[in-house]
Design a protein around this ligand. Sequence first.
Ligand code: C2E
Ligand code: MG
Ligand code: MG
Ligand code: MG
Length: 291
Amino acid sequence: YQVKKNGKGHYRFYNDKDQLYSKKLMLEKELSQALYRNELMLHYQPQIDAQQGCVIGVEALIRWEHATLGMIMPGEFIPIAEETGLMLSIGEWVLQEACQQAKQWQDEGHMIKIGINLSAQQFEQESFVGTVARILKQTGVDPTYIDLEITESIAMTHISNVITKLKALKKLGVSISIDDFGTGYSSLAYLENFPVDKLKIAREFTSRIGSSQANHMIISSIVNLARSLNMNVIAEGVEKPEQASLLQQIRCHEMQGYLFSKPVSAEELGKLLGMPPFAVDFKGKLKVTGI
Ligand code: C2E
Ligand code: MG
Ligand code: MG
Ligand code: MG
């Protein structure tokens, strides 16, 4: 493909025969080849224990490194993958790759949890539980460290099927998180019957910490809700020391965000694991060292 800029500063895409493509059509075509061209990779963002300051887990986040277009983020290509049906094979690749990486870290003595995002289509597949079982077995990873992230919208469709599936997954030894908790159009009723291990407080809430008393009440209510249901709770999108500090005070278990680290390659993450924990200062100000 050739990328050409027209007079108005817009990009246009041409194939070898100089035919104009829409960007979407182009990405669609390229994405269908991304898997066997080995252009997909996972980055890993650390998850920090709020009290100890150490890395206790990571979230696997997919990236597409295209030969000429550069790095393409999931927000841009996952919707296309879902539309074209490619998400099923991509999702399976993610599971395989993340479990393999987790196994490698486990063999090196790094017992950290790996969060893996699931797409709705992937989760809804009849064969999904079987696929997870097969990959766990093939990679030999300890499943206690595998954490599958589902969204509230996955949780809310065909509730009885979802519960059956989640229970089957839990039997395999993995744990389940609700991603972007609080942003979906869901009722809290499902939490009563779902075998969920962790709530991930959406970035939308974290970023507004300090903005209002209402925000404070919402976040502390989510933390208390999780704690009283014996669930873990992690805040996503922690960018500022003040946010981390408040999350510590209200006894949120874990934190994840740019304050600690952006998502990084497996190799770079390996280096972070050997470093001392973040210094955590309980007296209001949080000093970030280490990473
Ligand atoms: P998510 O699962 O909620 O992941 C968190 C997103 O927030 C990531 O964006 C991460 O890079 C970003 N983030 C983390 N900390 C901060 C922060 O402090 N500030 C800000 N502004 N952003 C932060 P990313 O990697 O672009 O992924 C976006 C979404 O794409 C993910 O949201 C997830 O829904 C989806 N996704 C990513 N990888 C996969 C995958 O392998 N499979 C599926 N099905 N979905 C994926
Ligand atoms: Mg996620
Ligand atoms: Mg999230
Ligand atoms: Mg999300």
